[in-house]
Design a protein around this ligand. Structure first.
Ligand code: ATP
Length: 233
């Protein structure tokens, strides 16, 4: 479904991604782990078209999207839950959801919102509340639901567990697993290596903009290099 082939990305003279190749197949959860500043967000943003890859190619369903506008990439079935959630804090839960369904008609928006309320009953309870007044975990749920409103084929998640309490993190990861069971393809970027690899079919380790390891989630969890660098053991 998604393929990076020898992709590099620069911010002016700074090289943030260096010859990255990876793939995500339909129905998989693939996790990308790496430390602060490794280039994880840059990788997701390069996929979304901003910044542009300076070398290499990105393919979505076998088609090169390397030079596509971000809006076209989003219309092609990609949705992102950005780092820090970026919900519209002054808008209500329901209004935030509507913002996610940017290509839908009004009746489709209503139908999709109902689907999100079935998936996240907590959001239904809070539908009229300003999003900025909700807890961090609820805001993260809203950010995921807002992304799902565009009915993506590929869901990108940038550090969904960041800054959340362990019990809330467990709920977020349970939600991700449920989405996969429903057939969603998920590319998850996380510093929380333990949780992200437990859930993943396959994983990649990014260091200084380069992919240094690639294996099944299970194999990476028991890899001594991963254990000492990312799992505190
Ligand atoms: P974090 O977990 O802190 O978000 P990350 O793995 O997502 O880290 P990136 O944010 O992709 O890492 O950053 C990768 C490198 O690119 C870092 O060295 C960072 O300083 C640099 N970088 C990121 N954004 C920019 C920018 N807009 N301009 C210049 N350099 C940038």
């Amino acid at each position: 479904m998604l393929k990076f082939s020898h992709v590099s990305t620069h911010y002016g003279p700074i090289q943030a991604l260096d010859d990255v190749s990876l793939h995500v197949e339909e129905g998989e959860i693939v996790s990308l782990i790496g430390a602060n500043g490794a280039g994880k967000t840059t990788l997701l943003m390069t996929l979304c078209g901003e910044p542009r890859a300076s070398q290499g190619d990105i393919y979505l369903a076998e088609q090169s999207i390397t030079h596509w506008q971000t809006s076209l990439i989003m219309r092609s079935g990609v949705a992102i839950v950005p780092e820090g959630r970026r919900i519209f804090s002054r808008l209500t839960v329901e209004e935030n959801l509507y913002m996610g369904a940017f290509f839908a008609t009004v009746s489709e928006k209503i139908e999709l919102t109902q689907q999100m309320f079935d998936l996240f009953p907590r959001l239904k309870e809070r539908r009229g509340q300003r999003a900025g007044t909700m807890s961090g975990g609820e805001q993260q749920m809203l950010a995921v639901a807002r992304a799902l409103m565009s009915q993506p084929k590929l869901l990108l998640l940038d550090e969904p567990s960041l800054g959340l309490a362990p019990i809330i993190i467990a709920q977020i990861f349970a939600t991700i697993e449920r989405l996969r069971r429903d057939g969603m393809t998920i590319f998850l970027v996380e510093q929380n290596a333990n949780q992200a690899l437990k859930l993943a079919d396959r994983g990649y380790v990014l260091e200084n903009g380069r992919i240094v390891l690639e294996d099944s989630g299970e194999a990476l969890l028991s890899n001594p290099q991963v254990q000492s660098a990312y799992l505190g053991g």
